[in-house]
Design a protein around this ligand. Structure first.
Ligand code: NGF
Length: 289
């Protein structure tokens, strides 16, 4: 059975502080209405890289306090500051997160040895399992199959959050590491990823679109590829509209249309304009009502 994870959003107040009530509402919606298998906490969609270490801790605490053990929880602890990542890895493990994840180190150009040390350091003394967060389009860091193999020499590294449009590499990785957990990260490319036998998916748009995506995964499992393709088409129409309207604020605006208080994005992400609000209303009516 393939697993569906929403990449949790963080609700912010207008001044950039965390809106705890709104964040809890989104967690509840994902568990109670979307029926997701899990939440990816502290990822790109959570605007994690804009948060102070204290705010990251606050989000991790809120998410596990609200979700308890109702769904699987993956805490993304990677950051530019390795000491912070190590601290957060221990922090979330002590809170009870069953899995962690860390984005490949970015901004500076690291050698592969440095990248490997980063992962091994994060895991040192931490009794947890880690998924490599590979997102070359945002980090500029692409890992080869040989490099994944070297990282997997650490037995605590159990898989990859694969946010990459390179399907050749995905096929190679899937077949070389049949026992590793591979979760697909681009929502608009889910169907080809399913065809390559990923174990599931993590994405931003599943916050709104999980029921349609679950139906697509069920159709795929049942061998009804035409139905899966039709559902992916509708999802991609919605994703295209969300991207054209600035995806992160739009996801929140559509949530607000649904009565879920998703709050603001954090500066320097844009505050919604009247035009964005009008477009979000239309996206809600066209795809999520
Ligand atoms: O937002 C991005 C940036 N990717 C997300 C997802 O891979 C990020 C994806 O859902 C994520 O899971 C996280 O770390 O929070 C896209 O928003 C979606 O496919 C639309 O392009 O690439």
């Amino acid at each position: 059975m393939k697993k569906l994870y929403s990449a949790l959003m963080t609700a912010f107040n207008e001044d950039g502080s965390i809106n705890e009530a709104g964040t809890r509402e989104m967690i509840r919606y994902n568990i109670d209405v979307n029926k997701v298998d899990g939440l990816y906490v502290g990822g790109s969609t959570g605007e994690n890289f804009l948060l102070s270490p204290e705010q990251k801790k606050q989000v991790f605490k809120i998410a596990i306090d609200e979700a308890k053990s109702d769904v699987d929880l993956i805490a993304q602890v990677g950051s530019l500051d390795l000491n912070e990542s190590k601290f957060l890895a221990k922090f979330v493990t002590d809170l009870g997160y069953p899995k962690i994840s860390a984005v490949t180190p970015f901004y500076y150009k690291y050698t592969f040895e440095e990248i490997k040390d980063y992962y091994n350091e994060i895991l040192k003394g931490v009794d947890n399992k880690l998924l490599i967060y590979s997102i070359p389009a945002l980090t500029g860091v692409g890992l080869s199959i040989e490099q994944f193999a070297e990282l997997f020499e650490n037995p605590k590294i159990i898989g990859i959050k694969y946010t990459n449009a390179d399907f050749y590499l995905l096929e190679r990785v899937r077949n070389k590491f049949p026992d590793k957990l591979i979760l697909s990260g681009f929502d608009e490319m889910l169907l080809p990823a399913l065809a390559l036998n990923v174990d599931g998916c993590i994405g931003s748009t599943y916050n709104l679109n999980a029921p349609r995506v679950r139906a697509e995964m069920d159709a795929f499992d049942a061998g009804d590829i035409d139905k899966a393709r039709e559902l992916q088409k509708v999802s991609n129409d919605a994703i295209t509209a969300l991207i054209q309207n600035d995806i992160y604020p739009s996801l929140k605006l559509v949530f607000e249309e649904m009565g879920v208080h998703a709050g603001f994005t954090k500066a320097p992400m844009a505050k919604p304009t009247d035009e964005m609000r009008a477009d979000a209303k239309k996206i809600y009516q066209d795809y999520f009502k």
